[in-house]
Design a protein around this ligand. Structure first.
Ligand code: FAD
Ligand code: NAP
Length: 465
């Protein structure tokens, strides 16, 4: 069905007289950005089989003020889609403005609204056309798998499920992600109580975000993905099989949000102290050590950076490193060496954490002599690297030297051609959060990436549908 362009009141009247059909009118203006975004969606709706009984027409709002006034269209904003019914006798005075549709929405969203509108208004479409359309909207919703339930995965799920995509979140072994291993989160915008001046507890924040996603229809599966297989469906479009040890399901698109795990030291019994004097994120937990003595383990840039950061709060920061050479860059090392609050303990490694409910001291071992000593302190931060969680992907996607996934938009030679910021080299697979970000590694940046990946996914699915 081609789209009719109505240029003036006369053309509109002629059309009305000649037709007793339902019309979807698109009120637009040349200067209106959202109108341009909606144009291809309007075009695709006009071609959709399920709306073959509708006619589609465009009306330039600025050129047709008289027409709008004459027929009482209440065009408050554009783009505005209006569904009208011309009476059999072509009598314009009885134009039935059934409802308004508008805003920058996806084709699926618009189709669903249009068919529900038809149903609610008992529009006399053939029953089958209407039922098919209505059922298809629900049964044939495009399916998206989100692997990971940290801030990136859950934010992506809010966006995809809100965009009417059938969303399944694989929660993994750590539902809620890294933030569930910590206490108070003070730097997540909005998750803050103005009366107590306190942030939210990590697990509470994550459980709230999960509920928000589920409220929009996302389904959660408490399972770990073991593999992702790329194939094609019967129409030749990409299809992804997500396998866990208990299930195997097919999806139209996948968002990988499996995060990264901070490396801990691997000392026996250390789990008991994680979050209780034993931390992996100084930006996150350093604040709790105001006026205290803390240690940071590692000799890389992260250790130097985090040690400097910790001096904002702690009275003393001790860098514990297992040798005298450093991986840290000269400038970062010198900055730490010149900081009067930082001391270095070289040729030492922690072999035991001591304390009742939280860390009170560590047992150090001299890496040259093997001699052991007790070192009292209030907290230990490790900065010995992170491991991105990508084992289940094998070699499917591009990784950097440290094993982090690389979106195509960050590969210099693909920069110009990559349309989607979070797409990977496998069409239909998108990435978000710490699994692709070794620089910022914050909940809010991961959530932002999740939003980007979800919007990319939605646009890509729209493009191939
Ligand atoms: P993650 O939170 O790492 O989540 C990854 C998810 O993927 C998990 O749900 C996991 O179960 C799942 N997963 C992994 N593999 C699979 C698989 N094979 N199948 C299915 N699921 C899988 N940031 C802040 O902004 N503020 C803070 O105060 C703060 N505090 C922190 C405190 C600690 C102790 C730590 C460790 C980090 C802290 N961070 C903080 C950093 C923040 O937690 C991370 O940047 C953020 O969680 C990254 O989110 P993500 O969604 O990318 O991944
Ligand atoms: P890194 O450079 O790999 O350093 C890790 C450090 O941890 C090393 O000193 C290593 O000791 C030590 N270590 C590893 N395992 C250990 C263990 N089990 N016990 C005790 N010590 C252990 O990692 P990073 O510091 O996280 O840096 C990663 C990358 O990010 C680097 O490229 C870095 O330049 C970059 N970065 C840059 C900045 C910046 O420019 N501002 C800040 C942070 C990070 P050994 O040396 O003995 O192996």
């Amino acid at each position: 069905m081609s789209i009719i362009k109505i240029n003036n009141t006369q053309e509109f009247q002629d059309l009305a007289k000649a037709s007793s059909d339902y019309f979807v009118l698109d009120f637009y203006a040349d200067w209106c950005g959202p109108c341009k975004i909606m144009t291809p969606i309007f075009e695709r709706l006009s071609l959709a089989q399920e709306f073959s009984e509708f006619k589609f027409a465009k009306i330039d709002r600025d050129q047709n003020i008289d027409l709008i006034d004459t027929f009482g269209f209440h065009i408050k904003s554009i783009p505005q889609f209006v569904l009208v019914k011309f009476n059999a006798d072509g009598n314009f005075s009885e134009i039935n403005i059934i409802d308004y549709l508008g805003g920058t929405q996806s084709k699926t969203d618009m189709s669903l609204k249009l068919s529900e509108l038809a149903l609610n208004n008992n529009i006399n479409l053939t029953e089958t056309a209407l039922n098919n359309n209505h059922n298809n909207m629900h049964e044939n919703k495009q399916k998206v798998a989100i692997i990971g339930s940290g801030p990136s995965g859950l934010t992506a799920a809010i966006y995809t499920s809100r965009a009417q995509l059938d969303t399944t979140i694989y929660l993994g072994l750590q539902p809620g992600g890294q933030l569930t291993t910590t206490t108070e989160i003070e730097n997540f915008p909005g998750a803050w109580n103005p009366e107590t001046k306190e942030g939210m507890m990590g697990p509470d924040l994550m459980s709230l975000i999960q509920k928000q996603a589920e409220n929009f229809g996302a389904k959660s599966i408490l399972d770990q993905v073991t593999s992702l297989i790329v194939g094609k469906n019967t129409y030749g479009k990409p299809e992804f099989t997500v396998k866990t040890s208990a299930s195997e399901s097919k999806f139209d698109a996948v968002i990988i949000a499996s995060g990264a795990s901070a490396r801990y030291l691997g000392i026996e019994g250390e789990e008991k102290f994680i979050g209780k004097g034993y931390h992996s994120c100084a930006t996150c937990d350093g604040f709790f050590y105001r006026g205290k003595t803390v240690a940071i383990v590692g000799g890389g840039d992260s250790s130097m950076e985090e040690a400097n950061f910790l001096t904002k709060f702690a009275k003393k920061v001790v860098i514990i490193h297992r040798r005298a050479e450093f991986r840290a860059s000269k400038i970062m090392l010198e900055r730490a060496q010149n900081n009067p609050k930082i001391e270095f303990l070289l040729f030492k490694k922690i072999v035991e954490f001591n304390g009742d409910k939280k860390v009170e001291s560590v047992t150090l071992e001299d890496t040259k002599t093997g001699e052991k000593s007790d070192f009292p302190l209030d907290g230990v931060f490790v900065a010995i690297g992170h491991n991105p969680n990508t084992e289940f992907l094998g070699d499917l996607l591009d990784k950097d030297n440290a094993g982090y996934l690389i979106p195509q938009s960050r590969i210099p030679q693909d920069l110009k051609t990559s349309k989607y910021s979070m797409a990977t080299k496998v069409e239909g697979v998108f990435v978000a959060g710490d699994v692709e970000d070794k620089t910022y590694r914050q909940a809010i940046t991961a959530a932002g990436d999740g939003c980007r990946a979800a919007m990319d996914t939605e646009k890509w699915l729209e493009e191939i549908s």
